[in-house]
Design a binder for this molecule. Sequence first.
Ligand SMILES: [Zn+2]
Ligand SMILES: [Zn+2]
Ligand SMILES: [Zn+2]
Ligand SMILES: [Zn+2]
Ligand SMILES: [Zn+2]
Length: 367
Amino acid sequence: MAGRPSDTEILEAVGAHAGRRGIAAGASDPGVAVLSWQTLLDFRIVRSVETRGERAMRQPGTRREELADRPTYTSISSHRITPPADPSRTEVWLLVRRASLGEEWCEDCDGGTNLCGACGGRGGRECPRFVDCPACHGGPDSCWECEGTGRSRSRRPAHLRPGTTPADRAARVRCERCRTSDAACPKCRGRRQLDCPDCGKSGYVQCGVCAGTKRVTHQECEGTGRFTVWTEGWIHQNPHHEKERRLGRLDLRRTTANAGRWQETVLRTATDKLPDDLDEADRTLLTPYLARRDGEVARHATLRRLPLAHVTLPADPHHVYYAFPTHSGIEVTTRPTGERVRYFAVIAAASVAVVALVAILATLLLR
Ligand SMILES: [Zn+2]
Ligand SMILES: [Zn+2]
Ligand SMILES: [Zn+2]
Ligand SMILES: [Zn+2]
Ligand SMILES: [Zn+2]
């Protein structure tokens, strides 16, 4: 792989790093260190994938002006549009099929309005001028003396007449018909009826739906009395993302991502090739991602690679050395070997057990 340091350069850098840690390794001496290479991979591809179709449109009103700005087409499947410069963007195209634009009258109204259904096109309705008093129900209870007639009519025996106690009479008012005090319903004052609150005694109420105009707007055509019809073609370009990554051990990723001199290859078309110096296994891994997809109109793929050397030194058996190229040279870093990590984990667990045991013994002895 181009841009990969030689084994000698790596071993020199590892030797210097080990030296600083106090290990006289002789890393670059032949046959001392064991070196193997791994390539870190970060491959991403975004395609713009296109779908197309047509639909019949019918919208209220006149829309010619608004639609005049839209591009036209003859056949939606073969209509050419520019692939997006940035495949990660979503693009939507709305077009008008040539000669499909027209207008038709609304068949369900007369110039945008219809007769008001609520009032039957009369604009209002007759209404009684008076209504029965809700307190006495317009009946004989309107006045204990005249029953709302103006002449004394009570034929009930005196002991059965209401209003004989002072408390009863206190709730009554003077009758407007017969002028008797403390005998009439306080709501209608003996009149049995009240002015109608709906028509204010006029005998007519305006229709609340059409406000007296007798006609209402036809909702479907929005009162325009016509529809614009056309065939709409649509083209959607949507981004589809895929990736394949091999970023190595987790605790090294930040270091390699920030400091590494990654080698980048950009592929912009389906005929652009993967780099010649790609490992065969990686070529096999990535090739399926490069196949052209149905509806693909543009792509942007980036392949980033970083060679990572893995070095072990007999003089430092509990560490692994990792080395990779940076913009200023070679970065070396160490990690404990797997055995070393397990060894410390065992010691840590044993220490916890000992501490627990001591604590238990201490508690027992102190009792
Ligand atoms: Zn209409
Ligand atoms: Zn009406
Ligand atoms: Zn009324
Ligand atoms: Zn009365
Ligand atoms: Zn009343």
